[in-house]
Ligand binder design. Sequence first.
Ligand SMILES: [Zn+2]
Length: 263
Amino acid sequence: MSRYQPPKMSRSRTNYFKHKRRRRHVVIVLCSIAIIAVAVAGTRSLLRSFPSNEKTLSAPSSSVVNKKVATPQKATTIDKSSWQLRLVNNTHPLPENFTVQTSIVAGHRFDSRAAPFLQKLISDCNAQGHHLLICSAYRSISYQTSLFKTEIQKAEQNGASDAVQTAATVVAKPGTSEHNLGLAVDFGSTGNQLCDESFGNTPEGQWLMQNAYKYGFILRYPKGKEDITKIIYEPWHYRYIGTAAAKEMQGKNICLEEYVGQA
Ligand SMILES: [Zn+2]
């Protein structure tokens, strides 16, 4: 049996196949180069479309700063006809039938809406080693009336020519005291409950002058404003007006009459 012998190719046919193989290699190499080039270019453009970490951190920060500046400006718009800015004095008396809902703070009645601020002020002050207390807070108009009548009787007994006027120098006429509003408080300390100028020199009096505004309270009858308030300097008498207004008034050194445009 003779074995199968493949037919021998001619020399020209062998060259043809060699040439074809070489051409295929060249095509494969060229295609590979093209694919790699496209891949590199694509990666570069992708990287360009995402900012680096530094850019991501720095770019939004400027817009955040702008927002932070803009927000408080809107928040400082204060409605000057709001309940906490109600002006009560000799020329702006409360109506006889005025009532207010009160809560008890340190044994005294105070407007329920402002009571938490008063409570916090006293707690924070005393937590710093002071001995702040309340001498007087809300007084109803009927109670003020009885106080006033008692003073008139005293004046009459003392032979005053104008008993009502004399009484008014000691006790505010009913409805004209901020204590009738429920937003005024007379402070004292365990060592000073005199309700006179000396309280301003106590550690508690000093603390109030520096910190009360943070809780929405102002020294209502400051030194140098007597011509406007018509009340002597009273370092013990504070009035709640809200934190935003208190901060603004403290910064501008103006009294409530000036702030609400009734000076
Ligand atoms: Zn007072």
